[in-house]
Design a protein around this ligand. Sequence first.
Ligand SMILES: CC(=O)N[C@H](C=O)[C@@H](O)[C@H](O)[C@H](O)CO
Ligand SMILES: CC(=O)C(=O)O
Length: 275
Amino acid sequence: ILRPKYPVQKLYAFSTIQEVEINLTVIGQYVDYLVKEQGVKNVFVNGTTGEGLALSTQERKQLAEEWAKHAAAIGASGIAGIAPFFFKPTNKDTLVAFLREVASEAPGIPFYYYHIPPLTGVKIRVEELLDGIKEQIPTFQGVKFSDTDLLDFAQCVKNHKEQFVLLYGVDEHLLSALAVGATGAVGSTYNYLGKKNNLMLEAFAKQDLALAQRYQFCTGEFLSFVFKLGFGVAQTKAVMTFTSGIPMGPPRLPLLSASVDFIEKAKAKMTSLIL
Ligand SMILES: CC(=O)N[C@H](C=O)[C@@H](O)[C@H](O)[C@H](O)CO
Ligand SMILES: CC(=O)C(=O)O
């Protein structure tokens, strides 16, 4: 959630780009919206959608505190870490050693590995990573798995479902992940399709696969449409803005705001979605 830092746009060489600062004032309203309108039960703060990687440590702390305050929580119920993505770990042991250092800074808080190879470029299989990880990282609690390798995910479930929380993070594939035993889901589309996805979870739990598929196809229909227009975090913010009415603001560089053309088309598509 960002907002322009200056009222007047700064001029850059080829386009107008705004410097943006975080906007804490809308978080209370945002929490209410997620809970009441979308049935969202937990929030993943400073992740991909919240542009955590584009924020300073100070900004991330401010955001986490503001979310915790409005969510009436005393603190975080968990923290998550991604793999280092510039100098990358090339094997499981170095990745575990890295995560262990991060996790040990907060010894009382459950730690999750955020597996997102499309963005980190680190493709070390989670099945392999989880093997023996609890001995190395005592606070290890689970994985947010944002990849389409459902064999890797299924192996994680098969070997560790009792021990770890396995959250799936590719929203358009969630039903497939449920089929192999996902514990839950974390994703950007639950900001605006949360209600439909909760109904999908319910249908799946009642073994009504045909109904669950219709909800999954709804997410798929929307995403497959917007993917063709160019879809990323900036566009997600635009969709969240028009569905919730809460201003999510522009993204921070190198991302650029969604175009008016994108917003119009995405809005029309969203309105046309039928179950
Ligand atoms: C790369 C990315 O942003 N992944 C998100 C979660 O991790 C997902 O929620 C996707 O935004 C969503 O599945 C649409 O592809
Ligand atoms: C949505 C999500 O999973 C993220 O922003 O990291």
